[in-house]
Design a binder for this molecule. Sequence first.
Ligand SMILES: Cc1cc2nc3c(=O)[nH]c(=O)nc-3n(C[C@H](O)[C@H](O)[C@H](O)COP(=O)(O)O)c2cc1C
Length: 476
Amino acid sequence: MPVSNPEKMLTREEVLTHSSRESCWVVINNAAYDMTHFLDSHPGGPGIILKYGGRDATAAFEPIHPSDTLENHLKSEYHLGPVSGPVPEVEEDAKSKAPEVTPGEKKPTLGAIINIRDFELAAPKLLPPKSFAYFKAGAESEYTSQWNRDSWQAIRFRPRVLRPIEEIYTSTTILGNECSVPFFICPAGGGKLAHPKGEVLLTKAAAKHGVLHWISNVAGCSQKEMTAAKALGQNQCWQIYAMSDLAVTEKEIKQAVKDGFKGFCLTVDAIRAGKRERDMRMELDEDEAAIYSEEEDESFEKEPTVKRGAIWSSFDWVSFVKWIRTMTDLPVCVKGIQTWEDAKLCMEHGVHPWLSNHGGRQLEGAPSAAETLVSIRKHCPEVFDKCEVIADGGVLRGTDILKALCLGAKGVGLGRGFLYSLVFGEPGVNKAIRILKHEVEVGMALLGVTSIDQLNPSYVDTRGLAFASAFPRAHL
Ligand SMILES: Cc1cc2nc3c(=O)[nH]c(=O)nc-3n(C[C@H](O)[C@H](O)[C@H](O)COP(=O)(O)O)c2cc1C
C-alpha cells in the first residue's frame, strides 16, 4: 500500500522492510518509490526491481533510464517521498563493474585509437562487462552482425586513375538536411552505459562536425534533454518505436515536430526483441534467479531480452502512413527494410527505405544492407530516384560508407561504432567522426572522385558478395 502522507519523511528502517513481491519499494536519489504494482509491467521484468527492493537503486537505475522515467511511467501516488537517511545499496557483481587494471597493464587511451575497430577493442577494457555485452550483442549465433561487416568487405572497388584530384568535397544532404559528411549517428538506446552523460554528448559532437544525429525514442537521455542539447541550426531526427500505448508515441512525435526535429523513422524490425544470448548470459544473475523456484521459472515464456516496453505491432503499410501523416509532413523513413519488395512499397507509400537489420540484433539470418542495396538495384532501381535510401549495419570504415554510396545509398549510419567512441566522452565521438571523414576523403581520392554525387555503381564490383554469403562466420 502506498503511504498515506507523501510529505512525510520516510525512515530508512521503514524502507528496508518493503523488499518483497507483496510490497516492493526502491530508493532513487534519496526518494522512495512503491514499485509493487509496476513489477509485472517493467519491460526488464520484475526480478531486477525485486533485487533492489528496500534498497537504494540509484546506481543501477540511472544508466538505463531517462531522467523523466518515473514521472512518466509511475503513477504519482506511488512516489512516496524523501527518505531521512542513506539506504544500503545492493553490492553489484563483477559483471556490472568496470574492469580493474591489472599491474603492468595500461588502460586504452584515445590517442592510441586510429580506427573505429580500435574503439570496439578498447571498450571492454573500460566498460563493465554487462554494458559491453549490451552493445556488442547480436541475435543468436551473431553471424548476421558479423555478416554485416563481412559483406562490405566482399565488395571490391573499381578505382579510376589519372583524374585531377585537388579538393575533395564530402558534404551532401540527407533527407534535405545539409550534412558535412555522408555518414550519420544511428539511433541507439543505452548511451548512458557508455558514458554517464549519454546521448547528449553524441548530439554535441554531431553539431560540432555538421553530422546528422538520429535520436532513439528509448535513448538513455529524455527527449527534453536531447532537445536542450541541440545547437542552433543543428539537424536532429527522431526515431520511433511505436509503443503498445500509441498515445505515448504520438505525444513524442508531436513534441519532436514542435522542437524542430527534421525527420522521422519508424523502426519496424523489432516488433519482438531478438534473442541476444551474449546479453542474456550477462543478465543471468544468481540473486535474481534465486528469487524463483524451479517450478516458477518463467524464462522464455515472455520476451527474454527485452529492455523496452512492448511494441505496437498492428500497423500495415496503409495504416502506418495514414497515422504518421496526421502528425507530420516531414520526411519519414521505414527503418528495417530488408528486401527490394519492401523498398518498393516504401516508394509507393511516399516514405524512404532505411536498409537495416538492426546491426544483426534482431532476425538471425537477415540480409545485410549491402545485399539489399544490390537487390534493389537489380529489381527496382527506380527506388533510388524516387526515394532517399538509407543504409546501416557493420560499417567500420570510410570505404564501407563509399561502397554503400556507390550502390545508391544517400546516407550511411553507424550504431555501435559511435557508442564505443562515446566511452571516451565527447572527444571520443569527435575523433570517430574525424577518422571516418578522413577515410572517406582518402577513399574518394583513390577512387578518382572529388564529390559525393560522382559516386555510382561503376565504382564497385559486387560479384564477391554472393560467394561470401555462402560462408558466414558465426562467433558464438
Ligand atoms: C546498443 C544498440 C542499441 C540500439 N538501439 C536502437 C534503437 O533504440 N532504435 C533503433 O531503431 N535502432 C537501434 N539500434 C540499431 C541501430 O540503429 C543500427 O541499426 C545498428 O546499430 C547498425 O549496425 P552497427 O551497430 O553494426 O553499426 C541499436 C543498436 C545497438 C548496437
